[in-house]
Design a protein around this ligand. Structure first.
Ligand code: NAP
Length: 329
């Protein structure tokens, strides 16, 4: 049995715990929260036996693994503390802010024989394999457009003059880090590393990027990425080949995918899967990487390599757009 703890008591942690309930062999065993009240409420709701408000005590407790879902800028130091204490780590996206941080933590994990992975739902969904196979059926790809524009539920707080973490550069917030990453991931996963990257972003008063777009140029194709937290898109994403087109309703979750071929045929590749089920797939991968290391080494190494490529491309985009985060105090 892998006994895991959670850092962060937001909605996403609830969804992970519900998803992980589908995985035999994973058991919630501890909650870390900055406040006892919040930790107790959370632990009671999900049946965790222990609550910690001291992160060092949580790190040195007898749990085997940790799910990290705190604000972005805390991922590095919290994951590092957990790895140094011998815990396997699955961390929410973005796994770290910079590729340098990611490389450092990869080394610690490798030295200690621990699993350290980014919680990227689509990567573990069966829909990914279906999509990869469908991409082979649309001929030569010359363009693709990945969009994730979702009106933020926290925009109202920002408009009231508050500063939610997701719009706070101090926490490495902003649209690219929150939503843009979901466009960068499949672009690199399905189409490879671009030769040239162009990008620009629009900023809100907090200094965070509220929306942006990026062009990936390859020798034989062009991929455009658009993302916004200030507006809602309904048009989805597309991969265009000379024999057909694939439309993807949700690029972050690989939902509602269709293939339309130039011969007039049209077929649904996959429909809707609840988010908690998708999170269950990533929780299952985490469990299998821990318990069946050799059998899953190839998949694990692929995910690690992709995470690093994504992190490097994200840094490149940030530099091009002057998306800046203050140095940690
Ligand atoms: N995979 C997905 O679909 C998905 C969806 C949403 C978010 N995420 C990712 O999940 C992470 C958390 O996002 P979120 O929107 O839940 O963030 P959040 O609400 O700002 O914070 C998450 C939790 O972190 C703790 N926290 C908040 N502010 C903190 C601070 N100043 N210092 C230390 N801890 C703090 C809080 O737990 P306590 O009060 O209990 O300490 C809070 O519940 C982000 O990295 C985000 O990218 C992923």
């Amino acid at each position: 049995m892998i006994r895991y703890g959670v850092i962060g008591t937001g909605k996403i942690t609830e969804e992970f715990i519900i998803g992980a309930q589908d995985v035999d062999g994973l058991k919630l065993a501890a909650v870390y929260s900055r406040t006892e009240r919040r930790g107790e409420d959370f632990a009671q709701k999900f049946g965790s036996p222990v609550v910690y408000t001291n992160i060092e005590s949580f790190a040195s407790s007898d749990i085997d693994a940790v799910y990290v879902a705190s604000p972005n800028s805390l991922h590095y130091e919290q994951s590092k503390l957990m790895l140094e204490n011998g815990k396997h780590v699955i961390c929410e996206k973005p796994i770290t802010v910079t590729p340098e941080e990611l490389r450092e933590l990869e080394c610690i994990a490798e030295e200690k024989g621990l699993v350290y992975m980014e919680a990227i739902m689509y990567l573990y969904s069966p829909a990914r394999e279906l999509l990869i196979n469908s991409i082979k059926r649309i001929g030569k790809i010359t363009s693709a457009h990945f969009d994730y524009s979702q009106f933020s539920s926290r925009y109202a707080q920002y408009k009231r003059g508050e500063l939610p973490n997701v719009f706070n550069p101090k926490f490495a917030g902003g649209c690219l880090m929150d939503l843009g990453i979901y466009c960068v991931y499949p672009a690199l996963d399905f189409l490879g590393i671009p030769q040239k990257i162009s990008s620009s972003a629009g900023f809100i008063k907090t200094g965070a990027d509220g929306y942006g777009s990026t062009i990936f140029d390859f020798s034989d194709k062009q991929v455009t990425l658009t993302y916004s937290k200030l507006a809602q898109s309904y048009s989805g994403s597309q991969i265009l080949g000379d024999e057909g087109t694939i439309t993807v309703g949700s690029i972050s979750q690989l939902q509602n995918i269709e293939i339309c071929r130039h011969d007039g045929s049209r077929a649904t590749i996959c429909g809707y899967t609840p988010k908690t089920k998708l999170m269950g797939y990533e929780a299952k991968a985490f469990y299998l990487y821990i318990t069946q290391r050799e059998a899953y080494r190839h998949k694990y190494n692929y995910a690690r390599g992709l995470a690093l490529d994504v992190s490097e491309v994200m840094q490149n985009i940030r530099e091009k757009c002057s998306i800046l985060f203050p140095k940690k105090e």
